[in-house]
Design a protein around this ligand. Structure first.
Ligand SMILES: *Cc1c(COP(=O)(O)O)cnc(C)c1O
Length: 330
Protein backbone atom coordinates (compact mmCIF):
# COMPACT_ATOMS: atom_id res chain seq x y z
CA UNK A 1 0.00 0.00 0.00
CA UNK A 2 1.18 3.51 -0.69
CA UNK A 3 1.63 5.91 2.22
CA UNK A 4 1.26 9.67 2.22
CA UNK A 5 4.50 11.66 1.94
CA UNK A 6 6.09 12.73 5.21
CA UNK A 7 4.31 15.51 7.01
CA UNK A 8 1.04 13.98 5.85
CA UNK A 9 1.06 10.79 7.84
CA UNK A 10 -2.11 11.51 9.82
CA UNK A 11 -3.72 8.13 10.18
CA UNK A 12 -5.76 6.98 7.23
CA UNK A 13 -9.33 6.28 8.28
CA UNK A 14 -11.27 4.10 5.88
CA UNK A 15 -14.99 4.79 5.56
CA UNK A 16 -17.37 1.84 5.17
CA UNK A 17 -20.97 1.39 4.05
CA UNK A 18 -22.25 2.20 7.59
CA UNK A 19 -20.63 5.62 7.24
CA UNK A 20 -22.51 6.21 3.98
CA UNK A 21 -25.75 5.30 5.77
CA UNK A 22 -24.96 7.71 8.61
CA UNK A 23 -24.18 10.43 6.04
CA UNK A 24 -27.52 9.76 4.32
CA UNK A 25 -29.30 10.20 7.67
CA UNK A 26 -27.57 13.54 8.21
CA UNK A 27 -28.45 14.67 4.67
CA UNK A 28 -32.10 13.61 4.92
CA UNK A 29 -34.29 16.65 4.25
CA UNK A 30 -31.18 18.80 3.67
CA UNK A 31 -29.67 17.59 0.39
CA UNK A 32 -31.95 17.08 -2.59
CA UNK A 33 -32.59 13.51 -3.64
CA UNK A 34 -31.25 14.43 -7.09
CA UNK A 35 -33.55 13.07 -9.81
CA UNK A 36 -32.73 10.15 -12.10
CA UNK A 37 -33.37 10.94 -15.77
CA UNK A 38 -33.41 8.59 -18.74
CA UNK A 39 -33.25 9.15 -22.48
CA UNK A 40 -34.55 6.86 -25.17
CA UNK A 41 -32.07 8.42 -27.61
CA UNK A 42 -29.16 7.66 -25.29
CA UNK A 43 -30.39 4.10 -24.82
CA UNK A 44 -30.80 3.55 -28.56
CA UNK A 45 -27.41 5.03 -29.30
CA UNK A 46 -25.60 2.85 -26.75
CA UNK A 47 -27.94 -0.19 -26.89
CA UNK A 48 -27.88 -0.04 -23.11
CA UNK A 49 -30.23 1.12 -20.37
CA UNK A 50 -28.73 4.31 -18.92
CA UNK A 51 -29.82 5.95 -15.67
CA UNK A 52 -28.45 9.47 -15.20
CA UNK A 53 -28.22 10.59 -11.56
CA UNK A 54 -28.52 14.35 -11.95
CA UNK A 55 -26.35 16.00 -9.30
CA UNK A 56 -26.40 19.10 -11.51
CA UNK A 57 -29.73 19.67 -9.72
CA UNK A 58 -28.20 19.25 -6.24
CA UNK A 59 -28.03 22.18 -3.79
CA UNK A 60 -25.06 24.27 -4.78
CA UNK A 61 -25.22 22.73 -8.27
CA UNK A 62 -22.99 19.69 -7.64
CA UNK A 63 -22.68 16.53 -5.53
CA UNK A 64 -19.98 18.28 -3.43
CA UNK A 65 -22.70 19.55 -1.06
CA UNK A 66 -23.16 15.97 0.19
CA UNK A 67 -19.61 15.42 1.40
CA UNK A 68 -19.16 18.96 2.70
CA UNK A 69 -22.37 18.90 4.72
CA UNK A 70 -21.59 15.44 6.12
CA UNK A 71 -18.07 16.46 7.15
CA UNK A 72 -19.36 19.55 8.98
CA UNK A 73 -22.13 17.54 10.65
CA UNK A 74 -19.54 15.03 11.93
CA UNK A 75 -17.55 17.70 13.83
CA UNK A 76 -17.65 17.99 17.62
CA UNK A 77 -19.37 21.04 19.14
CA UNK A 78 -15.94 22.42 20.08
CA UNK A 79 -14.74 22.12 16.45
CA UNK A 80 -17.91 23.77 15.19
CA UNK A 81 -17.36 26.69 17.55
CA UNK A 82 -13.84 27.23 16.19
CA UNK A 83 -14.74 26.94 12.51
CA UNK A 84 -13.66 25.15 9.37
CA UNK A 85 -11.15 25.81 6.61
CA UNK A 86 -10.58 24.44 3.13
CA UNK A 87 -8.73 25.16 -0.10
CA UNK A 88 -10.69 25.07 -3.34
CA UNK A 89 -11.59 27.37 -6.18
CA UNK A 90 -14.32 25.12 -7.43
CA UNK A 91 -17.51 23.44 -6.30
CA UNK A 92 -16.15 22.35 -2.91
CA UNK A 93 -15.53 26.00 -1.92
CA UNK A 94 -19.17 26.90 -2.39
CA UNK A 95 -20.41 23.61 -0.96
CA UNK A 96 -18.40 23.98 2.23
CA UNK A 97 -19.34 27.64 2.70
CA UNK A 98 -22.99 26.66 2.21
CA UNK A 99 -22.75 23.67 4.57
CA UNK A 100 -21.10 25.90 7.19
CA UNK A 101 -23.78 28.55 6.85
CA UNK A 102 -26.60 26.00 7.24
CA UNK A 103 -24.99 24.55 10.36
CA UNK A 104 -23.86 27.85 11.91
CA UNK A 105 -20.13 27.15 11.46
CA UNK A 106 -17.75 29.83 10.18
CA UNK A 107 -15.94 28.75 7.02
CA UNK A 108 -12.64 30.10 5.68
CA UNK A 109 -11.96 29.27 2.04
CA UNK A 110 -8.44 29.57 0.63
CA UNK A 111 -8.67 30.54 -3.06
CA UNK A 112 -6.11 31.56 -5.67
CA UNK A 113 -5.98 35.36 -6.16
CA UNK A 114 -6.83 34.80 -9.84
CA UNK A 115 -9.98 32.75 -9.12
CA UNK A 116 -12.96 33.76 -11.30
CA UNK A 117 -14.82 36.67 -9.69
CA UNK A 118 -18.08 34.73 -10.02
CA UNK A 119 -16.76 31.88 -7.85
CA UNK A 120 -15.39 34.25 -5.23
CA UNK A 121 -18.73 36.07 -5.13
CA UNK A 122 -20.68 32.79 -4.87
CA UNK A 123 -18.49 31.61 -1.97
CA UNK A 124 -18.90 34.94 -0.17
CA UNK A 125 -22.62 34.84 -0.93
CA UNK A 126 -22.83 31.67 1.15
CA UNK A 127 -21.09 33.49 4.02
CA UNK A 128 -17.59 32.06 3.45
CA UNK A 129 -14.52 34.13 4.39
CA UNK A 130 -12.25 34.08 1.35
CA UNK A 131 -8.50 34.14 1.95
CA UNK A 132 -6.38 34.56 -1.19
CA UNK A 133 -3.04 32.98 -2.03
CA UNK A 134 -0.68 33.09 -4.98
CA UNK A 135 -0.85 29.74 -6.73
CA UNK A 136 2.48 30.26 -8.47
CA UNK A 137 4.50 30.79 -5.30
CA UNK A 138 2.45 29.34 -2.44
CA UNK A 139 1.19 25.86 -1.53
CA UNK A 140 -2.52 25.90 -0.67
CA UNK A 141 -2.39 22.67 1.31
CA UNK A 142 0.41 24.09 3.44
CA UNK A 143 -1.59 27.32 4.05
CA UNK A 144 -4.62 25.24 4.99
CA UNK A 145 -2.69 23.15 7.48
CA UNK A 146 -1.09 26.26 9.01
CA UNK A 147 -4.43 28.05 9.41
CA UNK A 148 -5.90 24.91 10.92
CA UNK A 149 -3.03 24.64 13.40
CA UNK A 150 -2.83 28.38 14.28
CA UNK A 151 -6.55 29.03 14.68
CA UNK A 152 -7.72 25.58 15.69
CA UNK A 153 -9.87 25.28 12.57
CA UNK A 154 -11.00 21.90 11.27
CA UNK A 155 -9.50 21.29 7.81
CA UNK A 156 -12.01 19.75 5.37
CA UNK A 157 -10.22 19.20 2.04
CA UNK A 158 -12.17 18.64 -1.19
CA UNK A 159 -11.76 14.85 -1.40
CA UNK A 160 -9.03 13.45 0.85
CA UNK A 161 -11.21 13.00 3.94
CA UNK A 162 -13.26 10.01 5.22
CA UNK A 163 -16.44 12.01 6.00
CA UNK A 164 -16.29 13.69 2.59
CA UNK A 165 -15.96 10.27 0.90
CA UNK A 166 -18.88 8.83 2.93
CA UNK A 167 -21.07 11.84 2.05
CA UNK A 168 -20.31 11.55 -1.67
CA UNK A 169 -21.35 7.87 -1.52
CA UNK A 170 -24.95 8.86 -0.76
CA UNK A 171 -25.59 9.73 -4.41
CA UNK A 172 -24.86 6.22 -5.71
CA UNK A 173 -26.85 4.80 -2.78
CA UNK A 174 -29.92 6.83 -3.77
CA UNK A 175 -29.47 5.87 -7.41
CA UNK A 176 -29.46 2.12 -6.68
CA UNK A 177 -32.33 2.51 -4.21
CA UNK A 178 -34.32 4.17 -7.01
CA UNK A 179 -33.53 1.99 -10.02
CA UNK A 180 -32.43 -1.34 -8.52
CA UNK A 181 -29.44 -3.52 -9.35
CA UNK A 182 -26.93 -2.20 -11.88
CA UNK A 183 -24.40 -3.96 -14.09
CA UNK A 184 -22.16 -0.90 -14.33
CA UNK A 185 -21.80 2.37 -12.40
CA UNK A 186 -19.78 5.13 -14.06
CA UNK A 187 -18.60 8.20 -12.14
CA UNK A 188 -16.29 11.17 -12.81
CA UNK A 189 -12.87 11.04 -11.15
CA UNK A 190 -10.86 13.96 -9.86
CA UNK A 191 -9.27 13.39 -6.46
CA UNK A 192 -11.49 10.38 -5.86
CA UNK A 193 -14.06 11.46 -3.27
CA UNK A 194 -16.99 10.72 -5.53
CA UNK A 195 -15.57 7.52 -7.00
CA UNK A 196 -14.46 6.04 -3.66
CA UNK A 197 -17.79 6.87 -1.98
CA UNK A 198 -19.76 5.56 -4.96
CA UNK A 199 -17.79 2.31 -4.98
CA UNK A 200 -18.41 1.73 -1.25
CA UNK A 201 -22.16 2.23 -1.68
CA UNK A 202 -22.52 0.41 -5.00
CA UNK A 203 -20.56 -2.72 -4.11
CA UNK A 204 -22.61 -3.08 -0.93
CA UNK A 205 -26.02 -2.62 -2.56
CA UNK A 206 -25.35 -4.23 -5.94
CA UNK A 207 -22.44 -6.62 -5.34
CA UNK A 208 -21.96 -7.71 -8.95
CA UNK A 209 -21.78 -4.12 -10.28
CA UNK A 210 -18.64 -2.97 -12.09
CA UNK A 211 -17.58 0.48 -10.89
CA UNK A 212 -15.76 2.60 -13.47
CA UNK A 213 -14.03 5.96 -12.94
CA UNK A 214 -13.55 8.46 -15.76
CA UNK A 215 -10.93 11.21 -15.80
CA UNK A 216 -9.78 13.73 -18.40
CA UNK A 217 -7.31 12.36 -20.94
CA UNK A 218 -4.88 15.21 -20.19
CA UNK A 219 -4.68 14.28 -16.49
CA UNK A 220 -4.65 10.51 -16.28
CA UNK A 221 -2.96 10.26 -12.87
CA UNK A 222 -5.83 8.01 -11.77
CA UNK A 223 -5.16 5.46 -14.51
CA UNK A 224 -1.45 5.59 -13.78
CA UNK A 225 -1.99 5.15 -10.03
CA UNK A 226 -4.47 2.32 -10.57
CA UNK A 227 -2.03 0.42 -12.81
CA UNK A 228 1.03 1.09 -10.67
CA UNK A 229 -0.58 0.36 -7.30
CA UNK A 230 0.48 3.64 -5.71
CA UNK A 231 -0.51 7.31 -5.82
CA UNK A 232 1.17 8.84 -8.88
CA UNK A 233 1.69 12.62 -9.01
CA UNK A 234 1.53 14.49 -12.33
CA UNK A 235 2.05 18.17 -13.26
CA UNK A 236 -1.15 20.29 -13.23
CA UNK A 237 -3.11 19.04 -16.27
CA UNK A 238 -4.98 21.21 -18.79
CA UNK A 239 -8.54 20.19 -19.56
CA UNK A 240 -11.95 21.86 -19.74
CA UNK A 241 -12.95 19.48 -16.91
CA UNK A 242 -11.84 22.00 -14.28
CA UNK A 243 -13.33 20.00 -11.40
CA UNK A 244 -11.08 17.03 -12.15
CA UNK A 245 -7.69 18.54 -12.97
CA UNK A 246 -6.01 17.34 -9.81
CA UNK A 247 -2.33 16.37 -9.66
CA UNK A 248 -2.91 13.21 -7.60
CA UNK A 249 -5.58 11.04 -5.98
CA UNK A 250 -6.30 11.40 -2.26
CA UNK A 251 -4.48 9.13 0.18
CA UNK A 252 -7.71 8.14 1.92
CA UNK A 253 -9.30 7.57 -1.47
CA UNK A 254 -6.66 5.50 -3.23
CA UNK A 255 -6.88 2.25 -1.21
CA UNK A 256 -10.67 2.23 -1.61
CA UNK A 257 -10.37 2.80 -5.36
CA UNK A 258 -7.69 0.12 -5.58
CA UNK A 259 -9.91 -2.43 -3.82
CA UNK A 260 -13.39 -1.63 -5.12
CA UNK A 261 -13.10 0.07 -8.51
CA UNK A 262 -12.94 -2.19 -11.57
CA UNK A 263 -11.39 0.17 -14.10
CA UNK A 264 -10.51 3.78 -14.87
CA UNK A 265 -10.78 5.20 -18.38
CA UNK A 266 -10.17 8.63 -19.90
CA UNK A 267 -12.09 10.90 -22.27
CA UNK A 268 -10.97 13.86 -24.38
CA UNK A 269 -12.22 17.44 -24.13
CA UNK A 270 -13.91 16.98 -27.52
CA UNK A 271 -15.85 14.00 -26.12
CA UNK A 272 -16.88 16.07 -23.09
CA UNK A 273 -18.23 18.81 -25.36
CA UNK A 274 -20.17 16.22 -27.37
CA UNK A 275 -21.79 14.98 -24.15
CA UNK A 276 -22.56 18.56 -23.02
CA UNK A 277 -24.27 19.14 -26.34
CA UNK A 278 -26.25 15.91 -26.00
CA UNK A 279 -27.61 16.92 -22.57
CA UNK A 280 -28.43 20.45 -23.72
CA UNK A 281 -30.15 19.44 -26.97
CA UNK A 282 -31.79 16.16 -26.06
CA UNK A 283 -32.37 16.33 -22.32
CA UNK A 284 -32.59 20.13 -21.86
CA UNK A 285 -29.99 20.11 -19.11
CA UNK A 286 -26.89 22.17 -18.40
CA UNK A 287 -24.13 19.80 -17.27
CA UNK A 288 -20.67 21.26 -16.66
CA UNK A 289 -17.67 19.76 -18.51
CA UNK A 290 -16.47 17.79 -15.45
CA UNK A 291 -20.01 16.58 -14.86
CA UNK A 292 -19.98 14.94 -18.32
CA UNK A 293 -16.95 12.69 -17.72
CA UNK A 294 -18.93 9.54 -16.91
CA UNK A 295 -21.56 10.20 -19.55
CA UNK A 296 -18.95 10.83 -22.26
CA UNK A 297 -17.43 7.41 -21.57
CA UNK A 298 -20.83 5.72 -21.86
CA UNK A 299 -22.17 7.69 -24.85
CA UNK A 300 -18.86 7.47 -26.71
CA UNK A 301 -18.55 3.74 -26.03
CA UNK A 302 -15.16 4.36 -24.36
CA UNK A 303 -16.24 1.82 -21.81
CA UNK A 304 -18.49 -0.84 -23.41
CA UNK A 305 -22.03 -0.73 -22.03
CA UNK A 306 -24.10 -2.57 -24.66
CA UNK A 307 -26.86 -4.71 -23.19
CA UNK A 308 -26.20 -3.48 -19.64
CA UNK A 309 -28.08 -1.56 -16.96
CA UNK A 310 -25.81 1.39 -16.37
CA UNK A 311 -25.86 4.10 -13.69
CA UNK A 312 -24.09 7.31 -14.72
CA UNK A 313 -23.44 10.09 -12.23
CA UNK A 314 -23.77 13.58 -13.74
CA UNK A 315 -21.73 15.27 -11.03
CA UNK A 316 -22.53 18.95 -11.48
CA UNK A 317 -23.90 21.80 -13.54
CA UNK A 318 -21.88 24.84 -12.51
CA UNK A 319 -20.56 26.45 -15.65
CA UNK A 320 -20.57 30.10 -16.60
CA UNK A 321 -23.23 30.34 -19.29
CA UNK A 322 -21.02 32.36 -21.66
CA UNK A 323 -18.34 29.67 -21.35
CA UNK A 324 -20.93 26.97 -21.88
CA UNK A 325 -22.05 28.63 -25.13
CA UNK A 326 -18.47 29.22 -26.27
CA UNK A 327 -17.59 25.53 -25.72
CA UNK A 328 -20.62 24.38 -27.68
CA UNK A 329 -19.98 26.86 -30.49
CA UNK A 330 -16.34 25.87 -30.95
C1 LIG B 1 -15.12 17.81 -7.64
C2 LIG B 1 -15.88 17.38 -8.82
C3 LIG B 1 -15.60 16.15 -9.44
C4 LIG B 1 -14.48 15.23 -9.00
O1 LIG B 1 -14.75 14.74 -7.71
P1 LIG B 1 -13.61 14.06 -6.82
O2 LIG B 1 -14.29 13.70 -5.56
O3 LIG B 1 -12.53 15.11 -6.63
O4 LIG B 1 -13.08 12.92 -7.58
C5 LIG B 1 -16.39 15.77 -10.52
N1 LIG B 1 -17.39 16.56 -10.97
C6 LIG B 1 -17.67 17.76 -10.41
C7 LIG B 1 -18.78 18.57 -10.97
C8 LIG B 1 -16.93 18.22 -9.31
O5 LIG B 1 -17.23 19.39 -8.74
Amino acid sequence: MSLPPSGREESLVRPHYDDVVRAAERLEGVAHRAPVHTSRTANERTRAELFFKCENFQRGGAFKFRGAYNAVAALSSEQRRRGIVTYSSGNHAQALAYAGKLQGVEATIIMPNDAPEMKVAATRGYGGHVQFYDRYSEDREEIGRRLAADRGLALIPPYDHPDVIAGQGTSARELIESVGQLDILIAPLGGGGLLAGSAIAAKHLSPSVKVIGVEPEAGNDGVQSFRKGEVVHIPPPKSIADGAIVTHLGYHNFPIIQDLVDDIVTVSDAQLIEAMRFFAERMKMVVEPTGCLGAAAALGNIYPVEGKRVGVILSGGNVDIARFCALLAA
